[in-house]
Design a protein around this ligand. Structure first.
Ligand SMILES: Cc1ncc(C[n+]2csc(CCOP(=O)(O)OP(=O)(O)O)c2C)c(N)n1
Length: 344
């Protein structure tokens, strides 16, 4: 049984009273992210590959990013992330074109083609980006929450990390300070059960990762990371507590990644049966079913949403492909080397 199934879960969210409009938008976004990732996979693996560098796909985990975006206030909240950052960026409103152009290394990309897949940023909406050093984003997130608390902005920071990052030293230092200073920080561990090819039970002595929050005196719990309504409800409660000055919460969102760790992963560490079982809890399929049960959508409308998403991604990809690379004279602009030139 996967770790995610063994640990205690919070109960499902109550059915919302709704006309289905917001829910349709959430479903649309999850489907758009899935289409974006599948196209990224195709572009990365096609002969004459146009996407370079490391690239980590988010397929299977969409409910977490989309649920967070539903409660995120772009005027004052912050989000910071590891390298698996495409989904969060799209959910917070980055255009598929700005994201795809970044993957292609083009000047029109969100980081002007200098960051690539692991560094999608959009600071103007509070998206403080993807970070390639495992656990490197945790103290940065705590620093951002410290700034929000110090300046009394009323905003909160959503700090995302993977199940592998919980064993980094930065995790200990950051959680302690966040709790001690009662910072408005919500730690969200996206527990997809595996760090590269190492399962949680082979890397962590305590497999219930939510217990990590206990040692730092903060509320801590597991949630179903495949259920977008649960994500909204539970992260929403943590956000309200943080905004009231009650300090951080530690949430483990249990999920599964459908693709390999990165593009070169032959997936030898898991069985076909495990992957097939996980697909039964595909967050998109679960949400489509819930929406159909509530009479908010039908199969035809779902097909139309998918068609629209595929077209939007196709257009974004063609545009990204046609866009220019950054000009050679700009290569030291907007990077640290601009301030500390390597060439004297
Ligand atoms: C400090 C550091 N050590 C090792 C690596 C190599 N590395 C890249 S991803 C990864 C696994 C992290 O897994 P997890 O935190 O569970 O995130 P996921 O990939 O599942 O999203 C490792 C060890 C790294 N990037 N940084």
């Amino acid at each position: 049984m996967a770790v995610a199934d063994q640990v205690q879960r919070r109960p499902p969210a109550p059915r919302p009273q709704s006309d289905g409009r917001l829910e349709r938008e959430r479903l649309r976004m999850m489907m758009l992210i899935r289409r974006f990732e599948e196209r990224t996979y195709q572009e990365y693996t096609r002969p004459g590959q146009k996407i370079g560098g490391f690239c980590h796909l988010y397929s299977g985990q969409e409910a977490i990013a989309v649920g967070t975006a539903a409660i995120f206030d772009k005027s004052k909240d912050y989000l910071i992330n590891g390298y698996r950052c495409h989904g969060h960026s799209l959910a917070l409103g980055m255009s598929p074109h700005a994201a795809m152009a970044e993957l292609f290394g083009k000047a029109t990309g969100c980081s002007h083609g200098k960051g690539g897949s692991m560094h999608l940023f959009q600071a103007e909406v509070g998206n403080n980006g993807g970070h390639g050093i495992v656990g490197g984003q945790i103290p940065l997130g705590v620093g951002m929450a410290f700034a929000q608390s110090y300046k009394k902005t009323g905003g909160v920071t959503f700090c995302f990390l993977g199940d592998g990052a919980v064993n980094q030293g930065t995790h200990n230092e950051s959680l302690n300070l966040a709790s001690l200073f009662k910072l408005p920080c919500i730690f969200v561990v996206e527990n997809n059960g595996v760090a590269m090819g190492t399962q949680v039970e082979r890397a962590s002595a305590e497999i219930d990762l939510a217990q990590r929050g206990c040692g730092y005196g903060m509320p801590h719990y597991n949630i179903d990371g495949n259920d977008v309504d649960v994500v909204i409800t539970e992260l929403g409660k943590a956000k309200e507590a943080a905004a009231r000055g009650e300090g951080p919460t530690y949430i483990v969102a249990n999920t599964y990644r459908f693709r390999g760790h990165s593009m070169s992963d032959p997936l030898k560490y898991r069985t076909k049966e495990e992957a097939e079982r996980a697909k039964l809890r595909d967050p998109i399929k679960l949400y489509q079913q819930r929406m159909k049960d509530n009479g908010w959508i039908n199969d035809e409308q779902i097909e139309a949403l998918d068609h629209q998403a595929a077209q939007e991604i196709d257009q974004a990809t063609r545009q990204a492909d046609a866009d220019p690379f950054p000009a050679p004279e700009d290569r030291f602009q907007e990077i640290l080397a601009e301030k500390y030139p390597l060439e004297k």
